[in-house]
Write a protein that binds this ligand. Structure first.
Ligand SMILES: CC(C)(COP(=O)(O)OP(=O)(O)OC[C@H]1O[C@@H](n2cnc3c(N)ncnc32)[C@H](O)[C@@H]1OP(=O)(O)O)[C@@H](O)C(=O)NCCC(=O)NCCS
Length: 192
């Protein structure tokens, strides 16, 4: 997805009450998560999208908070050999402080403890911040996936870039057709 530059709604100083830590998302987080989602993307997920994730057995939802406010969140899907990151965002007031990195590090840790071998995500072509972030996290762009996203406003298909971080040899590039087949089969929840 494409990040936006909306006005900040929370002063950065007020958000720092204790060291940021990651925990499971609970029902009462949803309004803060929705705000972060709307500030982070031009075509944000709706509340119903977040609620639908609860019903998916393999989906996991986590937030990063400072003891008072939710500062960011991530949603990912567990597969037998990999984790697919479906959504991740940090409140604009708290970006470039390592919170996104903290969430990605947690996913990398899960890989090593759970015998899964790679992290995968798809980012909208025009989301440069997202590309730079995943590149900085050691992910490699391995495929272009035409039409992976749909722009809900003008119903246009939007290209995605698939990023992978792995413990094995998955750094190889996938062909577009192969990537499309895998994403059709495994990323029905949609990435960002
Ligand atoms: C992408 C996003 C999650 C990054 O979160 P963050 O907490 O600001 O990221 P971090 O502070 O952990 O950044 C880690 C490193 O990534 C790189 N990075 C992150 N954002 C960057 C940007 N906008 N431009 C260039 N590099 C960037 C930097 O190398 C950074 O390290 P540095 O700050 O020491 O230079 C955040 O910008 C965001 O929520 N964007 C909108 C939603 C989105 O695009 N999500 C990703 C696709 S699902």
């Amino acid at each position: 997805m494409t990040s936006t530059n909306n006005k900040l709604t929370r002063p950065a100083e007020a958000a720092q009450t204790s060291p940021p830590h990651i925990r499971w998302m609970i029902r009462r987080d949803i309004e803060e998560v929705l705000e972060i989602e709307q500030l982070g993307f031009d075509d944000p997920w709706m509340k119903s999208d977040f609620v639908a994730c609860v019903r998916q057995r393999n989906f996991r939802r986590m937030v990063i908070e400072d003891g008072r406010d939710v500062l960011g969140f991530m949603i990912y899907e567990l597969h037998q050999s990999r984790i697919t990151l479906l959504n991740l965002a940090v409140h604009p007031c708290c970006r470039r402080r390592g919170l996104g990195k903290q969430m990605i590090e947690q996913l990398k840790e899960k890989l090593t403890t759970q015998r899964r071998r790679e992290l995968r995500t798809v980012v909208q072509e025009k989301n440069l911040d997202g590309h730079l972030f995943f590149h900085a996290m050691g992910f490699r762009a391995v495929a272009v996936v035409p039409g992976f996203f749909e722009d809900y406003r003008d119903l246009k298909a939007v290209t995605g870039y698939e990023f992978v971080w792995g413990l094995g040899d998955r750094g190889r590039g996938l062909g577009i057709r192969e990537a499309q087949a895998e994403t059709d089969g495994e990323m029905e929840g949609g990435g960002k």
